[in-house]
Design a protein around this ligand. Structure first.
Ligand code: NAD
Length: 493
């Protein structure tokens, strides 16, 4: 096994047709393209390849061919290549940020933050050591606990943080020694194509491949492909369940990072003025299109009115518009389906008795409209209403009063989801006591949704919010199989 690879030739311009003709990627057979829509105006502004099943076969084959050489490289050499990817990401960050804003909709400053978050995630991954360890080593016996890369990984990514979530997957997969076929969302293929093309300047041929398609059947074909050893999926709970079912026949490894319906619990000892910006940030960052957004904001009844009016005054100051306009603080929703879904949830909530205290129900979509959806704040929202019980994934903030701690914990846990949750109080001891009773993967006290902190904690959901972890030591091990070697030294055979 050689460990030597041929590097890609530099391609300066981003030209999706050129990308797909390159040897490293699947040499796409189909000439068909699909349109990429700018969510601000709802108009197509670019195209990406509509890959066929044969293109998927080629991408998987390319990754398979590259696997043995990449897996055989010493740990530090793979680290060096990933370090080079970090440098490339920094060189590409300006055009990448613009492209991300155009296809995703988020304000340019937030696109830049997403790219910097991806950089930090890769850097953090580089700190991970080869996990192999010796369990026993005596004159009689040596037992080694080795870890081997699982093989070819399909990394399937949604549209809300296409760059960051891609890096959550590929950083650890590549360091572990896996080769990868990436499939971005049909709504945000361009930033991924840009990144894969750029990284292939420094990665060996076949290590990182990409497939784009508008058809969900192509995602399914990739996820159930016999050449794929693991599926690392981030997306909806609904599709996660399909992937789990499809992987059963070949017992593929799966990591599923799925939907959430996070509770934020605000106790009576906080200052309404100080807590309001945290509520707005936790529920409306990225237009609420975050798996970890605070989607049910429980506020103690003693301070409910004051906190509500502080939240409303902040929300009224949010500037919705084109993400490329530097004054914009909230971009559009990403796509028409999402717009219609959140709008319908809002209409139903109002029918169920919810009162809009800021914003309004936006108009129904017309073929030519973009997906701007100015934030809406609700009170008198009933549990049982879809806006509370299901994942809205949008800019609607339901403010819900509560009376006692036991009652609010019960209500917060009364969901099939279990991604994150937070408690806000000046009483840190009581905050922790509540946090540990929340049924979710991560609970915060006086924070919400921070997953790229210095702690290097892994991240994942329980219940219907997922299977497995990303980040931390456990995230890396998710891309590796365990291999135990036991050597009896005293045997005379
Ligand atoms: P989605 O499930 O509709 O799509 C995600 C990806 O899966 C896309 O690339 C899509 O093309 C692909 N896909 C669709 N059907 C498939 C199939 N049958 N087999 C294989 N792939 C298939 O999700 P979305 O609408 O793009 O993203 C929003 C969802 O993602 C929300 O539910 C959100 O909570 C979740 N999410 C979770 C996390 C997390 O870390 N837990 C992070 C971000 C987003």
């Amino acid at each position: 096994m050689t460990g030597k690879f041929e590097s890609h030739k530099n391609t300066k311009q981003i030209d999706t047709k050129k990308i797909h003709k390159g040897r490293t990627y699947s040499p796409f057979l189909t000439p068909s393209m699909f349109s990429v829509i700018n969510p601000y105006d709802g108009k197509p502004f670019a195209e990406a390849h509509e890959c066929s099943e044969s293109d998927v076969d080629n991408a998987v084959h390319s990754a398979k061919q590259a696997f043995s050489g990449w897996a055989a490289l010493p740990w530090h050499e793979r680290s060096e290549r990933i370090k080079s990817c970090c440098d490339v990401l920094m060189q590409e960050r300006k055009p990448l940020a613009t492209m991300l804003t155009k296809e995703q909709g988020k304000p340019l400053a937030q696109s830049n933050m997403e790219i910097m978050g991806s950089y930090m995630w890769m850097q953090r991954t580089l700190g991970r050591q080869n996990p192999n360890k010796v369990l026993v080593d005596t004159d009689e016996l040596r037992v080694e606990h080795r870890y081997k890369p699982v093989g070819v990984v399909a990394c399937i990514v949604p549209w809300n943080f296409p760059v960051l979530l891609l890096h959550f997957k590929i950083s650890e997969a590549l360091l572990a020694g896996c080769t990868v076929v990436v499939k971005p969302s049909e709504f945000t293929p361009l930033s991924t194509l840009h990144i894969v093309q750029a990284y292939n300047k420094v990665l060996p041929v076949g290590v990182l491949n990409v497939i784009t398609s508008e058809k969900r059947s192509i995602g399914k074909y990739l996820a159930s492909h016999p050449g794929i050893d693991k599926v690392s999926f981030t997306g909806s709970t609904e599709v996660g369940k399909l992937i789990l079912g499809d992987s059963a026949s070949s017992l593929k490894r799966v990591t599923l990072e799925l939907g959430g319906n996070d509770a934020m619990i605000v106790l009576s000892d906080v200052d309404p003025k100080k807590i309001a910006p945290h509520i707005v940030q936790a529920s409306l960052f990225n237009g609420g299109q975050i798996c970890l957004a605070a989607k049910r904001v429980f506020i103690h009844q003693d301070i409910f009115d004051q906190v509500s009016s502080e939240v409303v005054s902040l929300v009224k100051g949010i500037k919705c518009g084109n993400g490329l306009d530097r004054k914009t603080t909230c971009g559009p929703l990403n796509n028409a389906q999402q717009y219609s879904k959140v709008r319908q949830f809002l209409v139903d909530a109002v029918k169920d008795g919810a009162e809009i205290i800021s914003g309004s129900v936006p108009p129904e979509l017309t073929p030519d409209s973009g997906y701007l959806f100015p934030p809406v704040v609700l009170k008198n929202v009933k549990e049982g209403s879809r806006i509370v019980d299901e994942e809205q994934f949008g800019p609607v903030v339901p403010l819900i009063p509560f009376g006692s701690i036991d009652e609010v914990i019960k209500r917060a846990n009364n969901t099939t989801m279990g991604l994150g949750g937070s408690v806000w109080t000046n009483d840190i001891i009581q905050g922790e006591q509540i946090a540990v009773r929340l049924e979710c993967g991560t609970s915060w006290v006086n924070n919400h949704a921070d997953i790229i902190g210095p702690d290097d904690a892994p991240f994942g959901g329980i219940k219907s919010s997922g299977v497995g972890l990303e980040g931390g030591h456990e995230g890396l091990l998710g891309f590796m199989n365990t291999h135990i070697i036991k050597i009896v030294k005293t045997s005379k055979i």
